[in-house]
Design a protein around this ligand. Structure first.
Ligand SMILES: Nc1ncnc2c1ncn2[C@@H]1O[C@H](COP(=O)(O)OP(=O)(O)OP(=O)(O)O)[C@@H](O)[C@H]1O
Ligand SMILES: [Mg+2]
Length: 478
């Protein structure tokens, strides 16, 4: 019979504490509770509980700070964070600070036992695996990697876990599933975050140039090599190198990559001098590399070297619970970028999105939302605005006003602004803005409230434009 194990539970909500206490008692675990995180830390020092379960919103110390403090003191401590929210950044940060797990509170009634059991069981295994880490601060930045599904939370946890190591990371997943975004996150959250991040697409560069691109060349190494040039591996010393589409790397180059991975050494094309570079490799592919290996198109030894940590991105159709969140995120992102009025989406339209199978994954969703935002005839996206599986005929570039008769003015404005945005002629956008502002002021007889409404912008924005374009009463009088 193993000795009784103990869990310290920290949460400002005393009702919740009582609930957890009852549950864990029933599990035969010794329970310590505290609604005050400073006191909880003292309890931790005194009692050395096997597992600490803490809310992220603690008082007076936040859960992350408590986690950092505990892990700083005892790098083998097993701390589980819980939150009703669990944003991407919070999950990554928690894992980075060495949390054992991050759980969503809503799921606790179903998962508490499993989580605590596995935390207690893993305690001994964890001891050898972790080492003391100081609390690191991450710059505040907006989540750009969105996802609440269990599968994506798993991805965030992996990003956090690999942040302290330099091990190669292999990211796999279908096209458009977010591999590149995850690669960036791996770098961003790593110790190398203020060193360079260089991305190279192995499939997009002709085979003859790829070697020189990666490793550089000596003067005269080949026709056109007029001077010596450093390759990506050299430029990226101390940083992370993202080898995108690694499955398309020519086999003869693969051995050179393997050498860098093993010894950190390589030579430039046409050179003998051995160059050393400390580069963390992040690789991605949408190919099945195991199959490539079995068909001898990919070196087995390189595969094992790269596959130390594998982050598998699930296709969007296997995480439908993320569709809503991603859709809302893209609506916000796109309307800000295209300077559209604040848009929202109807439940029917959302259900349409949730019911689609998204063969093109998140990229397809993003493109669909982008088209919808431009096509929308009101500030709410409706099912008719969602061009699923259609080729978008948003606007005829040769005559952006061709649709103006059939569609509302606001839609025309949006289409035009979008057209202008895509146009290489950067002069077009201010010109259009001025024309529309002027037009709106004229037809409303200089009434700013009505003009702003007509343009679908706020009055403050309208005032800014009036000032910016020096529109006076005289110019609006026709
Ligand atoms: N979880 C996510 N949150 C927010 N945006 C995402 C997410 N996943 C993907 N995206 C967006 O979807 C688009 C496609 O993602 P990305 O380029 O990373 O895909 P990929 O897996 O590299 O695709 P490919 O294999 O075709 O290169 C990008 O615009 C990216 O910003
Ligand atoms: Mg990609």
């Amino acid at each position: 019979m193993p000795p009784v194990q103990s869990v310290l539970v920290v949460d400002p909500d005393t009702d919740f504490l009582e609930w957890v206490e009852t549950q864990l008692h029933a599990q035969g675990v010794k329970v310590l509770i505290s609604s005050d995180s400073e006191k909880a830390y003292q309890l931790f020092l005194k009692n050395k509980p096997d597992v600490i379960l803490t809310e992220t919103h603690g008082k007076p110390l936040g859960g992350m700070d408590l986690l950092a403090k505990i892990r700083h003191r005892d790098s083998n401590a097993i701390v589980v964070l819980m939150s009703a929210f669990g944003t991407t950044q919070a999950v990554i940060e928690a894992m980075r600070l060495g949390a054992f797990d991050f759980i969503r509170k809503q799921q606790l009634p179903f998962t508490l036992k499993v989580v605590i059991d596995s935390a207690l069981k893993a305690q001994s295994d964890m001891k050898a695996a972790t080492s003391a880490k100081p609390a690191l601060t991450v710059e505040e930045h907006q989540d750009s990697l969105v996802g609440k599904s269990a599968a994506m939370q798993q991805v965030f946890k992996m990003v956090g876990r690999v942040s302290m190591s330099d091990a190669p990371v292999m990211i796999t997943g279908e096209s458009g599933s977010g591999k590149e975004l995850v690669a960036r996150a791996v770098h961003q959250y790593s110790q190398r975050h203020n060193k360079s991040y260089v991305a190279i697409n192995c499939a997009a560069i002709p085979e003859q140039l790829l070697e020189s691109e990666l490793f550089g060349h000596e003067k005269g190494a080949f026709t056109g090599a007029v001077s010596q040039r450093a390759g990506r591996f050299e430029q990226c010393d101390g940083g992370s190198l993202f080898l995108d589409e690694i499955g398309d790397m020519p086999i003869q180059l693969q051995s050179k990559i393997l050498r860098v991975l093993q010894d950190g050494e390589f030579t430039r094309v046409g050179g003998n001098q051995v160059i050393r570079s400390d580069v963390r490799i992040i690789a991605a592919t949408n190919k099945n590399l195991e199959q490539e290996v079995s068909e001898r198109r990919f070196r087995e030894d390189l595969f094992y070297r790269l596959n130390v940590v594998r982050i598998q991105l699930p296709p969007l159709r296997q995480r439908t619970e993320d569709i809503r969140l991603l859709a809302e995120y893209f609506i916000q992102k796109i309307s800000t970028r295209l300077r559209l009025p604040k848009l929202s989406i109807s439940e029917d339209a959302m259900r349409l999105l949730e019911g689609h199978s998204w063969p093109g994954n998140v990229r397809e969703l993003e493109n669909t939302i982008q088209r919808s935002c431009v096509l929308a005839t009101s500030d709410v996206l409706l099912p008719k605005d969602i061009p699923l599986g259609q080729v978008a005929t948003v606007v005829d570039p040769s005559n952006p006003l061709a649709h103006a008769g059939e569609i509302t003015r606001e839609q025309a404005v949006r289409a035009l602004l979008r057209f202008a945005e895509q146009s290489p002629d950067t002069q077009l956008l201010p010109w259009l803005e001025r024309e529309f502002t002027l037009h709106a002021m004229r037809v409303t007889n200089g009434n700013q409230v009505r003009a702003a409404k007509l343009l679908g912008i706020t009055r403050a924005t309208l005032r800014k434009r009036i000032e910016q374009f020096s529109i006076t009463r005289e110019t609006t009088v026709t």
